[in-house]
Design a protein around this ligand. Sequence first.
Ligand SMILES: *Cc1c(COP(=O)(O)O)cnc(C)c1O
Length: 493
Amino acid sequence: MYRQAKHDRRLIMEKDGSSDFDVPFSDDLQGLEDFAPAGMLRESLDLPSLPEREVVKHYVNLSQMNFSVDNGLYPLGSCTMKFNPKYADVLASLPTVAGLHPYQDEDSVQGALRLLHDLELALCEVSGMDAVTLQPAAGAHGEFTGMLLAKAYHAKSQEPRTQVVVPDSAHGTNPSSAAMAGFEVIEIPSGEDGCVDLEALRAAVGERTAALMITNPNTLGIFESQIREIAKVVHEAGALLYYDGANLNAVMGRTSPGAMDFDIVHFNLHKTFATPHGGGGPGAGPVGVRERLVPFLPVPRIVQREGRYRLDYDRPDSIGTVRSFYGNFAVLVRAYSYILRKGADGLQEASERAVLNSNYLKRRLAPSYPAKYKELRKHEFVVSCKRLKEERGVRALDVGKRLLDYGYHAPTIYFPALVEEALMIEPTETETRETLDQFAEAMLRIAGEDPELVRSAPHNASVRRVDEVFAAKEAILSYRAFKRRAAKSSPKG
Ligand SMILES: *Cc1c(COP(=O)(O)O)cnc(C)c1O
């Protein structure tokens, strides 16, 4: 049984800073008012004054109270990229990478521009698209960019297309992005097999449809084998087909969105091409398009002229800039190094192993965690705790919490909504068979444990079960907010 560290739980702000070893600021720093504009100097800052040792201890201890991709299995579904190779971090931290300034003259950053240009080409190759922009900062941002592209494309041909169609298995960001771009969202139900229902699609698509947004394999891990037929329905109606690339890990090298007749694709580099994912760090959501959409891509475009790389802003049909500068450069460098290191064969092998691991685990879990729909899945699968709930009163949430006691991060729970008491599991390509077996054994054991024990889990984590409704409704995200709340609940402050 795994045990998380339990340390002092006070905030660093609440610790006593008095120490004989505090080093006062040097006298050289006196007279700051000569440098800072009047009115911008503050007398005091509400920051703790702690010796360095205390600060180091505080953060190392905090890290031991946490769970990370580097200390155990992280089977969170639909989120991939548990593998963050250290070489990619090293390369992204090189002074020639991290020390660049976006306002540097083009001539002094030719290497960086070449890297971005070559990454665009590599992503074209992987996706089967004709051009890629690296600007969007995340998958959802890529979706939004893609929707703006669809809008600009239809506006150019003066087609009043106001609707975007999404299946009910879609990730929540799909309808949100379409709505943010000003489209009306039309949801279509999935069929008996968990795939797009062609009849429902035909009924929903028409002359007002701007695009259909789907991911393939879908969020159930099922490959939409009728994708060419789906594409035909969409294209015959004059609409565009948008590929949510979050599940690209399942098909890379085997097929591509281009081969499936998609027109616009976003990549989640932090899910497919090496960047720490989870915890809200920076990501990247490049967007690839077919030739006819290229004129609308965001500016600047990186172009080659007379043997030099240049930033081209002169593109009259462009939707403009969607992010400052050229994207999250350090994430792009990681993706580039990962792609070069793996090569075409390596990328294909990564997706094949991801699919194999997923199906192996699905089969091992089957005795206690049945999965609806098709037998074989792609890189992830969704099981149901419905039976466990009916027979033992144990829900998907409880299983997720209990897994923490065994040293595993919880899978995604209650998504997609079409599966009751859903656990969405994605082991990825990098886990060993031994790890998968141990995880399966823990899951099967939990299904037979005393329901009360499971319902009150976690028992060995540094934080016991939290009140998630409270956390969602009363977000206390800064020390200032924390103090404001404390003052409210005790009138004396
Ligand atoms: C993660 C995910 C997204 C959104 O991507 P972000 O990079 O988190 O913004 C969209 N669709 C699917 C299926 C996803 O798994």
